[in-house]
Design a protein. Structure first.
Length: 452
């Protein structure tokens, strides 16, 4: 097979500059994604009120849970592809891409059925406030109906990231972000569709973006390295096994963390609409921190994968330290803003005085959580980049189940709803400890790669 010209070699050049250059489109993509998620909350908060805020927050968490398998397998595919590129094994890319597309398509159909069919009992399990139940149900049904396109966008972006291409995923998310803002303003504003309008805007924008991405890649199929013939989508079971080796643990990891977050949400929701809205706003603010941490994690995982495939351990060390430094610098800036202007920031989402009265206290907890985000990023990216599925699974179960839920149970007794907030914030430090131990122990040097 002709080597794809979309492949970007991340095994040569200045590591710091390359990490920033490679991650910058991810930062822009995440920033745009954050903007249109925040727009959902701001527009719904201003036009619909606390019930709408709660509905979008809870519904969004449930939809995110339904997307865990897409995220897990797409991330596994990204790592597998990056290792193939680093090792120079371009002949295997076509079969890997075809298998990944087919796998994700099958899962999208399954989870569409689950989301539409089981939305009501799932929302009841989350203690969704009665005032928000109808709107949350609308949100989940509409988003579930568009699951195929959301899954598709994830897999296209993951393949390109594994190839070292961060510009085209940014182009596709930019289309979705701009469309989402426009449609949000129309559906939630003049058409008064409440949270259903926010869901429809998000689903339509991602659907259009995915269709455009497929058309673009089809027209550039020689450069992409995949011909889009029906026979090329045939399942290669050896590739499926390799993808599942990391994809399943990453799915469990994402699911465990999301289930624990839903447990926290259910606990918070039981204290009423005000605290549910506070937690919903906090969740959207976390996405601001993810602009950098998720970008550096995504870029680092591809750089780790390619350099491990090329056996360049010195560059692996440099990626780790540069990733940590970038995240910590951004953390200081975000923490300063949260502590300096908590009420003005919360006021972007609501003018409810009860919700605003909790802003300052909640922001302190957010800063503690953000510190964990910043310091876990490089270590977890290394674990994923090398394809250590078992350690990813252990980390997920400790972070997502044992520690987060355990701390919430322990702290909610004496602290009430604030115990849930603190337990959620402190749980992430498990990943910090595991990721840093894995790097400093040097165990990653002895680990076999996915391609082996």
């Amino acid at each position: 097979m002709k080597q794809s010209t979309m492949v970007n070699d991340l095994t040569v050049g200045n590591v710091g500059k390359q990490l920033l250059k490679f991650s910058f489109p991810f930062m822009l993509s995440n920033a745009l994604q954050t903007v249109y998620n925040l727009v959902d909350m701001i527009i719904v908060g201003q036009f619909v009120g606390p019930a709408g805020l709660s509905a979008v927050s809870i519904g969004g968490q449930l939809v995110w849970l339904l997307c865990c398998i897409a995220i897990g397998y797409s991330s596994g595919g990204q790592i597998f592809i990056s290792q193939l590129v680093g090792a120079g094994n371009h002949q295997e890319l076509k079969r890997t891409i075809g298998t990944l597309f087919t796998t994700i398509a099958a899962f999208s159909i399954l989870f569409t059925i689950l989301g539409v069919g089981l939305h009501r009992p799932l929302l009841e399990l989350l203690n969704t406030p009665a005032e928000a139940m109808a709107q949350a149900a609308d949100y989940v049904i509409i988003c579930s109906a568009g699951m195929f396109f959301v899954y598709g966008y994830n897999v296209v972006s993951a393949i390109l990231r594994g190839m070292g291409d961060s510009k085209r995923p940014f182009m596709f998310i930019a289309i979705a972000a701009i469309l989402n803002v426009i449609l949000d303003l129309i559906f939630v504003g003049p058409l008064h569709m409440a949270s259903a309008g926010a869901a429809l805007a998000t689903t339509l924008s991602q659907t259009i973006s995915f269709i455009i991405s497929v058309i673009y890649l089809y027209r550039h199929r020689e450069e992409f390295g995949f011909d889009f013939k029906l026979s090329s989508f045939r399942m290669d079971w050896s590739k499926f096994k390799a993808l599942s080796y990391l994809g399943l643990p990453l799915t469990v990891q994402s699911t465990a963390i999301n289930v624990s977050m839903l447990y926290v949400s259910a606990g918070v929701n039981s204290y009423g609409l005000v605290y549910s809205s506070v937690f919903g706003i906090g969740g959207k603010l976390q996405s601001v921190m993810f602009i950098i941490t998720n970008s550096i994690s995504t870029a680092s995982a591809s750089m780790f994968g390619q350099n491990l495939g090329a056996r360049k351990h010195d560059r692996v060390r440099k990626v780790f330290w540069h990733g940590n430094l970038i995240c910590l610098v951004f953390f200081v800036a975000v923490a300063a803003a949260c502590l300096w202007a908590p009420v003005p920031i919360f006021s972007l989402f609501t003018d409810d005085p009860e919700v605003l009265s909790h802003a300052a206290h909640y922001m302190v907890i957010q800063v503690v959580m953000f510190s964990g985000f910043a310091t876990m990023t490089a270590g977890i990216a290394l674990i994923n980049g090398i394809g250590n599925g078992s350690l990813s699974l252990i980390t997920a179960l400790l972070d997502g189940v044992l520690v987060r839920i355990g701390l919430c149970i322990l702290l909610s007794g004496p602290m009430g709803v604030w115990g849930y907030f603190w337990g959620n914030a402190l749980a992430g430090y498990v990943s910090v400890v595991i990721g840093d131990f894995y790097y400093f122990s040097g165990l990653w040097k002895k680990r076999k790669l996915m391609i082996e």
